[in-house]
Design a protein around this ligand. Sequence first.
Ligand SMILES: [Zn+2]
Length: 340
Amino acid sequence: MIPVVDGHNDALQRIWRGGGSLRDRSEEGQLDLPRMREGGIAAGFFAVFVPATDERPDWRAAFRRTADGYELPLEAPLPAERAERIAAELAAIFTRDLTPVLTVSDLERCLAGKEVGAILHLEGAEPIAPDLGNLETWRARGMRSLGLVWSRPNAFGCGVPFRYPGTPDTGPGLTAAGRALVRACNELGVMLDLSHLTAAGFADVARLSDAPLVATHAAAHALAPIPRNLTDAQLDAVRDSGGLVGAFFDRTMTHPRAEIDADTPLDVLLDHIEHLAERMGVEHVALGSDYDGCTPVAAVGDASKMQTVLQGLAARGWPDDGLRALGHGNWLRVLRATWR
Ligand SMILES: [Zn+2]
């Protein structure tokens, strides 16, 4: 097995909603520590994501057919009180169930098979005060990765809506607070995640940040033209910065026509990974499943199936060193340059 660092999962939110522990193998959902071990996932980015409501969102009710596809309205900004309260609840589950990865040596220990590690990631910076007053508190709590936005506006910037077809050029760039947050994260050695960000926000980070650019969970816009996927020009910017893109496994967001409930074959996912590798070079591609936050391609339906991706690429002729770079080598390089 080639050990994998997985760029994104939403397992904390599943436990927050449904209870249980990430230490136990569950029949529910897609990712827990036993299934990570089975799939050779040495460490993963665990998202602290604050949903708009306590009830499971009924996105199908908001879903609108358009002439050539679909559209979901952009969510409203999150109230600050809710963001702080729910984020603290999710972070408490992280602390209770998981072994935090705080440094590159921690990550190396996980890759050597000593333990399965967890990187604390904020998906959407809403829990951070706009004056950044609690940013260092979050870092002290273990946060090593921060996504400026989810798919909604916040004090720092704006995310892209879920729609097909569409480009990421859907709204404004970073606010003054967002630009200050980028600089502060550079100084503190917190990785910034560009997933969900508008094209203008992405360009702002590319201009301001002195760290390699990272999108932890995304795919190729050239193959699946939705705002959540990265255009070739954005991939070029990631490559030029020395960064990486974690390919996600969602069956709709990788599908060429974004078909809901599609029986998307594994080959579609492998095509995305190969497009990313052809455009940027294999040293800029990684995996970012989005387990428990998406409906994955069936062949990789839960974390225990992670090696299926690597086996599929090996069958397409990928050499072992390319698979190791994709699985974990590229993450090690980027995190060494970022966490400092
Ligand atoms: Zn996401």
